[in-house]
Design a protein around this ligand. Sequence first.
Ligand code: SF4
Ligand code: SF4
Length: 431
Amino acid sequence: MADMKQLARLIKELEDQLVVCMRCGMCQAVCPLYAETGREADVARGKLALLEGLVQEMFKDPKGVNERLMRCLLCGSCSANCPSGVKVLDIFIRARAILTGYMGLHPLKKAVFRGMLARPQFFDRLMEWASRLQGIFVKPVDDLLGASCGRLLTPLGERHIKALAAPPFHMRVKPGSTSPRAAGLRVAFFVGCLIDKVFPNVGEAVMRTMEHHGVGVFLPEDFACCGIPALSSGDAAAFDKLVHYNLQRFAAEPFDFLITACATCTSTIKKLWPLMAWKLSLEAQEQVSAIAAKTMDVSQFLVDKVGVRQADTKSGDQKVLLTYHDPCHLKKSLGVASQPRTLLQANSRYRFKEMIEADWCCGMGGSFNLQHYGISASIGKRKRDNIVQSECETVATSCPACMLQMTDMLSQAGDRVQVKHAIEIYAESLP
Ligand code: SF4
Ligand code: SF4
């Protein structure tokens, strides 16, 4: 059970924000969940109405309220299109923390978030062992997309997944700090779990790009998760522990910007670390504000701070048709959409083509995909159809979670389309 004072404060903040919603229903048109289910309870307006009586409902039917609240991708499409500026994601995150504080955390989630994720070195060792043993449970199924599917008796269902990388990024690249050269800037690199354990090639592309541009890089030892899996399940305690851990790691060296190649990590550090920082010491709150202000997506850093520009190409030079999917956490949460496109067009080997609905959610939604795979896959299929309709051979994005979802959808459909990160495409163009 959470501290009652903390719960009361969260409820007060929640109520202050809830009154801003004028029930116009404009969030219906942009909610990917509502587009699939047509249920008012699934759209932001329906959930906000439910939360208005949260304190009463919490005592009557906490499980029911929690289940309805967890049916959300946290994509932020509603917030980004709300004429009243309702901070829907802040409200949902606070409400989940309130409910979990009141009901307690499910034992399985407790084991995962507090027993594993919030103990980064142990989590790393565990994942290293899992990568050695995964062949018992999964088998390769798609060479082009590098996807695997479950063998008999695995809980993966029909999913096509990316296997754990061996070795992970933290065993490929030495931690430490390099000095700024031509660019006169030093960045701290926040790697994130998925890039470390599933897409180390994306992390390597970041390192190669920084080296090419003469940007100094600080890579701390034993880096950890940004905390979003725990917080989106309402586990504020594990989230706080991870924020503390990261603050200590990134306080070790000075840097100009903190970069990530994961849209979800970027928006968590910039938006959710400050949102939940009120329980921390004043010193820690100041650290959180400072680090949030310096945090940016790697494409934003390269375009806005280093000056990367589109390649000057004659038509006909470019051979591979390429499109881009906007991760919700980058475009809708942070307003970053032009920079990744500039980065992609800096590689003259590719010809860029917009797909329709490039910023429609891919349906991943982190734990939403685990709990509601059927709906997640239906939303993902719409994304897959748009990619295929673009006739592109490669789809790029800026979030490893979106890469997982698009790989799953394209691989299951047997499509011959590669999924890459924008920084990989850019790094391919470097000498
Ligand atoms: S959340 Fe915004 S868009 Fe949705 S009903 Fe409320 S005011 Fe309208
Ligand atoms: S965050 Fe996304 S899925 Fe959740 S209510 Fe808003 S638009 Fe719908």
